[in-house]
Every structure is written in structure tokens, then in C-alpha cells.
Design a protein around this ligand. Structure first.
Ligand SMILES: Nc1nc2c(ncn2[C@@H]2O[C@H](COP(=O)(O)OP(=O)(O)OP(=O)(O)O)[C@@H](O)[C@H]2O)c(=O)[nH]1
Ligand SMILES: [Mg+2]
Length: 312
């Protein structure tokens, strides 16, 4: 992408600043002091690992650099550009926006949002609601995190902010009942999109599994095709732990795509590369702030360039 890094791209760049400093800065100092030989390649691999790209991805990227047979005194910017190209190739297949264009005939598009506590589920739902409202769609939010009263209030606030309607019941209500009620209402009101919030904090994994399974089972009593999407929200600042979260949730539910939040100000943007390489799940969007407009499409080359400190 060309042009001045303004708007969200500029924000992505500055947001990824810490990740980029770690990676691009690290490569810069590595290669300005040493020639590109086998030992330096080994250090490059270590650097990619510490930048959260994951062991296997780091090894493969280093191998690809080695196969390029650069001259030993290659300018470091050329190595960064080559890495950005290889990383963009990993990211390209997963950089797919959430498709909300076609509303199913029978009712709303149903999007279930899952993830461990604090990753940004409720905020992401608010941001998605904002985008969908801007596209002129009618949106309903279901307060399926009944574990905490504050979670219900937080969702109501996003409803007010975005003009989405909110279906909520008292704290402690069975989330499946909330989801069921919401889907019935959304069908009756011919709502375009229903976003269902869930609790991330439960007593243990078995409870979480039982709760999510029940929500889905009960929704399917109304429509066997729902949910159409299961979004797993991951917090980039947790680094490699995000991998464990994907594994856990993939066991529980059919995760259809990822949203990675808190890329602003985190030094761990590299985690996206490892996730893309390992799981191949679509990355529907990224979160670059707490505001309603801070959910951005995930663009492979832009992201790779930002990570490697290259200006377009
Ligand atoms: N900087 C930054 N903060 C974010 C982003 N997304 C969410 N947050 C913040 O992260 C905190 C947790 O977000 P929530 O949306 O409440 O997370 P949650 O997954 O719903 O949490 P639980 O309901 O406790 O499971 C809030 O303070 C959000 O404002 C982001 O992209 N960038
Ligand atoms: Mg929440």
C-alpha cells in the first residue's frame, strides 16, 4: 500500500512500534555488526523466536533467507524486505475479512464470540456492532456472559453507543437461555446480525466447555445452521499463550476465525505470524485500541511491512 502512513495504517505502524523495534531493530543491529553467515543466521532464528514467531516458523523463515544466498555483506534492509515478503506469504491466506454481506434467509447471521477472560471479547463485539451499524445493518447483542453483572452493563453500553439492541437477563441466568431468547427475538425483528457474548472466566475448562456446548445446542433447536461464525478473540500481549488458547477452544467449539486484539503498544505482534503458520485460521480483524473504530481489517503485506519496520 502506498501513500503517507495516515489513519489506521499509521496507527498500525505506531501500534506495532514495539514489535517492530524488537524485530527490525534486532535485525538491524545483528547485521550492521556482522556478516550474513551461518552463525548470524542462527542468531536471526533466535531473534525471530524471541519476537514470538514460534520455533517452527522461525526455523522455516531462516531457512528461506539462507536459500536466497545473499552476499555476506548484504544491506540489512534487504534482509528485512525479504523477510517481510516471506512473512506476508504466510499471512496472505489467513487475511480474510469476516463476511457479513449475505444474511441467511431464515434469520440473522449468528456470530458467537469466545475467548478467555480479558482478551477483548465484549469490546470487539462493540467494535463489530459499530462497523455493522455504519454499513446500515441492524444488529442485536446477546449478553451471554451472565457470570458477572458488570459484563452485562458493559454490553448495554456498547448497545447504546452503536444503536444495536441488547438482549440481557439477570446475572446468573443460564447463558443458553439468553442466547435462545436473543435468536428468537432477532428472527422476529428480522435483525441482520446477532452477536453473542460469552464468559471467558468460569470455574474451570469443563464448565466452560459445558456452557459453550449448551449455548450452541440450544441455538440449534431454533436453527440447525447456527452459529454461522465462532470468533475466537486472542490478546496479542499474551504471546505464545495464544497458541494454547487456540488449541483449547478448537477442542470445545468449531472456531471459524480469529480476532487478535491489543496490537497497539504490545511488543508481541509477531505472534500473529506463528498463529497463521500453525493453524491457518482466518484472521478476520485486529484490535489496535479501545475505541469503537479500533478494529481493523488484517492486511498481510501491510502488517508484515510494519513488523519489519519498512515504510511502504
Ligand atoms: N489497548 C487495547 N485495549 C483493548 C483492545 N481490545 C480490548 N481492550 C481492553 O481490554 C480490556 C478487556 O476487554 P473486554 O472486552 O472487557 O474483554 P473480555 O474478553 O470481554 O473480558 P471478560 O468479559 O472478562 O472475559 C478492556 O479494558 C478493553 O478496553 C485493543 O485492541 N487494544
Ligand atoms: Mg466480556
Amino acid at each position: 500500500m502506498s501513500g503517507a502512513p495516515s489513519g489506521w495504517l499509521g496507527r498500525l505502524r505506531s501500534g506495532l512500534g514495539k514489535s517492530s523495534n524488537r524485530l527490525a531493530g534486532g535485525i538491524g543491529s545483528l547485521l550492521s555488526e556482522r556478516k550474513l553467515d551461518a552463525a548470524t543466521l542462527g542468531d536471526l532464528e533466535d531473534l525471530l523466536i524471541t519476537a514470538d514467531l514460534g520455533v517452527e516458523t522461525a526455523a522455516r523463515l531462516t531457512e528461506q533467507i539462507s536459500q536466497r544466498r545473499f552476499a555476506a555483506d548484504v544491506p540489512e534492509a534487504e534482509v528485512r524486505a525479504a523477510l517481510a515478503k516471506d512473512i506476508a506469504e504466510i499471512l496472505e491466506p489467513v487475511a480474510r475479512p469476516l463476511d457479513t454481506t449475505a444474511r441467511p434467509e431464515a434469520g440473522p447471521q449468528v456470530i458467537l464470540v469466545v475467548g478467555v477472560n480479558g482478551t477483548g471479547k465484549t469490546t470487539t463485539i462493540g467494535k463489530l456492532a459499530q462497523q455493522l451499524r455504519e454499513q446500515g445493518k441492524s444488529v442485536m447483542l446477546a449478553a451471554g456472559d451472565t457470570f458477572r453483572a458488570a459484563a452485562i452493563d458493559q454490553l448495554k453500553l456498547w448497545g447504546e453507543r452503536t444503536g444495536a439492541s441488547v438482549v440481557a437477563q439477570d446475572p446468573g441466568t443460564d447463558p443458553a437461555a439468553v442466547a435462545f431468547d436473543a435468536l428468537q427475538r432477532a428472527r422476529a425483528e428480522q435483525t441482520d446480525v446477532l452477536l453473542i457474548d460469552t464468559a471467558g472466566r468460569l470455574h474451570n475448562k469443563a464448565d466452560l466447555m459445558a456452557e459453550l456446548e449448551k449455548v450452541i445446542r440450544v441455538l440449534r433447536k431454533i436453527d440447525p445452521d447456527v452459529p454461522h461464525e465462532v470468533l475466537l478473540v486472542l490478546d496479542a500481549t499474551t504471546g505464545q499463550n495464544a497458541h494454547a488458547q487456540v488449541e483449547t477452544f478448537k477442542e470445545l467449539v468449531a472456531v471459524s476465525g480469529l480476532i487478535v486484539t491489543k496490537l497497539d503498544g504490545s511488543a508481541r505482534g509477531g505472534v500473529i505470524v506463528g498463529l497463521a503458520d500453525r493453524f491457518g485460521l482466518p484472521i478476520y480483524a485486529i484490535g489496535v485500541g479501545e475505541g469503537a473504530d479500533d478494529l481493523r481489517p488484517f492486511a498481510a503485506q501491510d502488517f508484515a511491512d510494519s513488523l519489519l519496520g519498512l515504510s511502504a
